[in-house]
Each structure stands twice: as C-alpha cells, then as structure tokens.
Design a binder for this molecule. Sequence first.
Ligand SMILES: Nc1nc2c(ncn2[C@@H]2O[C@H](COP(=O)(O)OP(=O)(O)OP(=O)(O)O)[C@@H](O)[C@H]2O)c(=O)[nH]1
Ligand SMILES: [Mg+2]
Length: 592
Amino acid sequence: MNIVLVGNPNVGKSVIFNSLTGSYVTVSNYPGTTVDISRGIGRFGGQKFSVIDTPGINSLEPTSEDEKVTRDIVSRGDVSTIVQVADSKNLKRSLMLTLELAALKIPLVLNLNMHDEAAERGIKIDTKLLSGRLGIEVVETVAITGEGITKLKDALLRAKVPNPDILPQARDRSGKRFDAIGMLHKRSRAVDNLLKEAVSVSISLKKDIAETIGRFTIRPISGIPILMLIIIFMYLFVGRFAAGTAVDFFENTVFGRVVNPFFINFADKYIGINILKEFLVGDYGIITMALTYAFAIIFPIVTAFFLFFGVLEDSGYLPRLSILSDRIFKTMGLNGRAVLPIVLGLGCGTMATLTARILDTKKERILVTLLLALAIPCSAQLGVIMGMLGSLSARALILWLAVLLLVMITVGFAASKVIAGERSPFIQEIPPIRMPQAKNIFVKTFARLKWYLKEAVPLFVLGTAMLFIFDKTGLLKLLEKALSPLVVTLLGLPEKATEAFIIGFLRRDYGAAGLYVLSKTGALDKIQVLVSLIVITLFVPCVAQFFVTVKERGIRTACIIGAFVFIFAFLMGGVLNSVLRYLVLTKGIAVL
Ligand SMILES: Nc1nc2c(ncn2[C@@H]2O[C@H](COP(=O)(O)OP(=O)(O)OP(=O)(O)O)[C@@H](O)[C@H]2O)c(=O)[nH]1
Ligand SMILES: [Mg+2]
C-alpha cells in the first residue's frame, strides 16, 4: 500500500509524514522546505504502509522542478491512496487542488490541518457536509500537537475515490473541450459553491500581535533595522559566544588539557611505530588536527548556528525577508524567492543548491547555484569567520560583509546579463509568524548535527590524511613552493596558509578552521586575516556541494562555475591585498 501525502506548500505535510511514520524529515515555516520525496513506513490498523512525503504544489501542472517531482509521483500508477494535507485557514486554495486530485480517480483523504490556526481566526468548517459532497473522508488535525492523527489513520483505511459529480464538466454542451483557463474558472466556481455551504467565518476582533510584527519585518523602514538586529544577534550568539567562549573552552580546556594529552601520552607509551604515532597525534594528526578542528572548533559553532537558524526558519521570518529584499534581487535577475536558497546556503550550501529547485526558470537556478558557490559561506565557515574577524575588529567584520555583498551583487548583475533566460514574476504565500517549537528546533538541530558528523567529519579526516601524506612525501613543500606566486606574492600570505587552501578544497569550513589556528598563533597580521578569509569564503565550494551542483545543473555548468569561482577568489584576494596594503601601510588609514 502506497500512501502519498500531497498538498499546497507549507501546510504541514512533513509534520504529518513524521507522525505517520515516526521518522523525521525537515519541517520549517516557509514554502519549499521539502524539494524531494521522502519515504517511510507507517504501521497502523494492523497493516504496514509505505508513506511518501512530497514537495508542495499549487496545481498538478508543475511550474518548477520540485513540483514536477510531486506530479510524477501521483501519476505513476502505483499509488493506492492520496492524502491531501490542507491548510484549514486557506480552504479555497486547498480545494482547488482537491478537485484536480479528485480527477485522478485514486482513493483520496482530505486532511484539514492547522485546525488550531483556523479556529483562532474564527473559521469553522462543516467537515460532515464537505465529506458528503466530496464523497471522501475529511479529517481535521493539528499536526504539531498530534490532535486528530488517530482519526486520520482510521480514515486512511476507509479511503474512497471522490464523487465524480463534484468534478466540473470538461466539455461544453456542444462537446468541445474547455482549455486550461476555462477549467480553472469552472473549478473556481465549484469550489466557491462548496465554500459557501461548508465554511462559516465569525469575525474575531482579536488584534494579532504576530501579524503586526510580521508587517513590520516587511516594510523597509522598519524591516531593515530588524534585519540588522537579527544579524547583530547572530554575531553575538554565533561569533562571540560560540566561536569565542565555547571554542576557547573546548579547544584549550577539553582538547588542550584533557583529550590531546591523553592520546599523546597513550601514543607515546603504546605505539612503537613512529609514523603511526605521528599519523594520530602529530602536526597533521587525525586526533590532534582533524578531530580537534572538528569537535573543538567547528562543532560548537555549527551547533549554535543551527539552533539560531532553526528559530529563524520556524518563525516565518524567511518568506518576509524574501519580500523585503525582492528589489535587490531584481538587479541580479532574480526575484525575492531566491532569498530562500541563498539564506539556506548560510546553513549548508549543499542543501541550498537542492533548494534552487523551487525557482521557476533555468536562468534563476543557475544564477543562484553560482552565487551559492561563490559568495555564501556555510554555517561552519560563517561561525569561524565571525569569530576570527570579531576578535580583530568590528570594522574588519563589516568590511568582510561589504566585500561579499558587493561581489554578490556585481557578479549576480553581470551573470544575469550573460546567462540567457527570464526572471520570473514574484508571487509568494506568506505564512503566519509562529512561535517556534522548541521540540522541532532541537530535533532539527540534532538531525543537522548528525549530518555534520556523518558527512563533514569524514572529509576532515580525509583532508588531514592527505596533508599528512603530502608532508611525509615532501609534496607539501613542493605544493607550497608551486603555489607561492598565488599565495605569497598575490595574496601576501605566509606559505603555511597554502595548507588551509588545500584542505579548503574538501571543505571550506575546515580550511577556515586552519586559518583560525594560524591567526591564533600570530602568524597572520590583520590584513592577512581579512584577505585570507575573503579568499576562503569565495573559494571553491566544498566537494559535496560540487557534486550536488553536477547532479542538479550538469557537469559542464558545474565545471564552469567551479573554474570561475576559483579564479575570481584569488583575483579578488589579490586586489584586496594591494588596496589594503596601500591604504594602511602607505597612507596610514586605519581601515581595519
Ligand atoms: N499551528 C500549527 N502549525 C503547524 C501545523 N502543522 C504544521 N505546522 C507548522 O507549519 C509549518 C510548515 O510545516 P511543514 O511540515 O514543513 O510543511 P510542508 O507542507 O511539508 O511544507 P513544504 O515541504 O515546504 O511544502 C511548520 O512551521 C510547522 O511547525 C498545525 O496543525 N498547526
Ligand atoms: Mg515538507
């Protein structure tokens, strides 16, 4: 038995999926969280079901790639039941889709979710009447509290093919077929009739605080200060607290005093073979470098960032940010919807590259993929960088931010002229501002940390092993010499910084951590810190992101993007190096 969850974007499909299957897929308060299908097993009524979660759709006629995924699933022929998850607050939009789904003649259950929010707004739905008219089970739920889930499971066992009488006629009296617009019109009339009978709204005079806050975040005059407050708060929490206090504790106390001495001692005593000992606890040791960077430096930072980001995602702020910044994105040939993948890129560029699927045109998808590869640091990088720059000066941090913004806007602008295609119009559903749910945030952070441990840490180990081998074979010295025109002459950095770029190929955050350690030992001056950080931020995307780019955009586009980013990063670093040296050293202007 294949059960497929289908519905408009951001209505709670993934929460329902999680409670039917007991697994966890990401839940966030913005449309476009799910861009690919997830499968799980649900057990109820003494039976076993395969349950599928899908990306949100507004119609079975797909306009973007994630919507195509859903359309393909429901038209595949092995679907035994469709559960349409609907937002009770917006029944018109939901029922428009119901009528399309009904035409598939597959057993259907209508799940009116977000019953709590509908009730708050004085919306009352006559589910009995709706169920009678549609000829299917209609169940109200509050997915986040689990209310109604048992009823939904029962209803699933009684799923029926919808009553064909509710479907608008496809042909007129003379037997001619209606076109798409004609059908839309007829469907809309049919839905209006249903709504008239089944829904009553009692006006609630309760002035909604959340709604007021929501409006403030969109208007530029209040929205920009709010955005700045959010950035400052993020800096304090991730850059100061996590990258400063927490990293100090883990690096110096936990690893510096306890973990590393223990292993070094252990290796000294029990491991006779020198090279093996160095492999574990030497300069490029798996424990002293890979695991220390991974757990003492990056782990506290990503944890803080994921927590902060989870709150942001679940509050409903991101879709509002899209609207606030639609105008800036317009100059880059994009619309405000592109904010979502870009902001998600601050969490993880790999995931964000997948989210580019929600964009309507190919041009927009390529542009966003390019910007993600070039100018958007991922969470781990961002934390390490904010920590490093923060300890330098506030001015350095602002300069770094300004350079990135400038790069993003100019490259976006130029690329939008070069890449053929269209910018699509911007229409966006805005979900309500919601109080983030602690449980969801913890579960989500936990899932992301698990991902970090599974995907990122092995790459750190690999990178360290590479450095170790390079070092032992003398290749490292050769590479440093070979790259010296780039690293030393062009960027004005010490030779040792080459290592950070080498491991940065695998993951930029690991490279950034290398620079962090280097700067702590006093090997970099202020200009060098800023230049190296700009280069590593712009520098090639991590391996995982590169592979996803290949998968999504094709090998050719991925390689062009990769090559461009690489060259651009070093050129930009070189220019910045000369300009800063000129201003600071020759003119004595205190830029940093
Ligand atoms: N108040 C309330 N919030 C809900 C309910 N169900 C889901 N939510 C919230 O709605 C938001 C969207 O939930 P998701 O499960 O990610 O929605 P989705 O339909 O999978 O969204 P896409 O994958 O983007 O199409 C999250 O913030 C949830 O916490 C509900 O019954 N009541
Ligand atoms: Mg989802």
